[in-house]
Design a protein around this ligand. Sequence first.
Ligand code: LRH
Ligand code: MN
Ligand code: MN
Length: 413
Amino acid sequence: MSSSFHQKSLDLLSEQFGSKGIHIDSLLSKIAAFQIAVPSWALGAGGTRFGRFSIGGEPRNLEEKLEDIGLLAKLTKRTDAVSLHIPWDIPQDVQAIKQKATSLGIGFDAMNSNTFQDYGQRHSYKMGSLSNANATIRKQAIEHNLQVIEIGKSLGSKGLTVWLADGSNFPGQAHFRKALQGTTESLQEIYAGMPADWKLLLEYKPYEPNFYHTVIPDWGTSALLCRQLGDRAKVLVDLGHHLPNTNIEQIVATLMHQNMLAGFHFNDSKYGDDDLSTGSIKPYQLFLIFCELIGGAEEKAQAWESISWMIDASHNTKDPLEDLIQALEAISQAYAKAVLVDREKLTQCQNEGDVVGAQEVLQEAFLTDVRALVREARIQSGGEADPLAYYRSEKIREKLITKRGKNAQASGL
Ligand code: LRH
Ligand code: MN
Ligand code: MN
């Protein structure tokens, strides 16, 4: 893509938008301002239970993970924060890590606790953590979360994300109400240990690793729990954590209506929690979700700034950095298209019962090729016109392999 082609595409969009009274500069600044955090576990090759194929040159420690995110930030200008996972990424020297992150323009997004694995702690989480029938194990899981808060405080994070694998695999294995009550009380202790300017992001998931019942299977259960905690506990939506064909955009609207949307974990899925690249399977759904997000914020249901954004994908076959570049691009595109929706016209169609008209309004925005707009926003922010092409032409993965080794493996999923 030459720079003259880019300019021509941009001029065409300017003309198109101008005739509709939309100013391109306000679009560009909105796109540039939208930043999405990257989790520390997304920088290595992900595996499935059948195997894992290393990509080579994976970050071997937290410093190198920050370097990878710094590179993404430099090329795309669409990310400015890392979401750390404890214990996978315990900083050995907090000051050095903070300094390194600052020098790369990276801040610390929500912290993630881990009570879904055993990693040498005293009591096993095999039968659950915050919901465990055994109070000693629940206590251990609570204390882990409190430690994660302490680490987050020292780094300047402002949030704790809790995802529980707790549940059961067979009927009769768990007592549903006791498990929920144990979880409520455990979360109350964790919430009480959070600083006043922190929020708790409570994730839900219908199945996996437990396949009969999950203690927090859906947004409703998560919202019920949050209500029992306090205003700073809100529901985290991971796009892959829904049963097939769930209307996620409606969930977003409902949560925003209640000022209860904590944030997003972006990914895409064909069947379940596939953790595929955002926008690779259902780009229209992603667009519709952004329509609700923008509508909810514009109509003052919930403030845009109160919502956290993160990518939560796993890369089995792609180079993680290439995949993250693609995901950041797809999210920016879906966002830009949703900004273009003529909301006034949409409201009019809704009020008049003009079903066809409403669909036309949405499709008009969705079918607009916004790539030049997203590219221009990136160029104006100092990023690369084409980050993927740059990454490949500069042979960045090859250089990382030379530096870190062919078998370097990142901690994570
Ligand atoms: C669970 C999940 C959750 C975890 C992450 C490691 O499926 O999406 O967000 O914290 O994976
Ligand atoms: Mn997630
Ligand atoms: Mn998941």
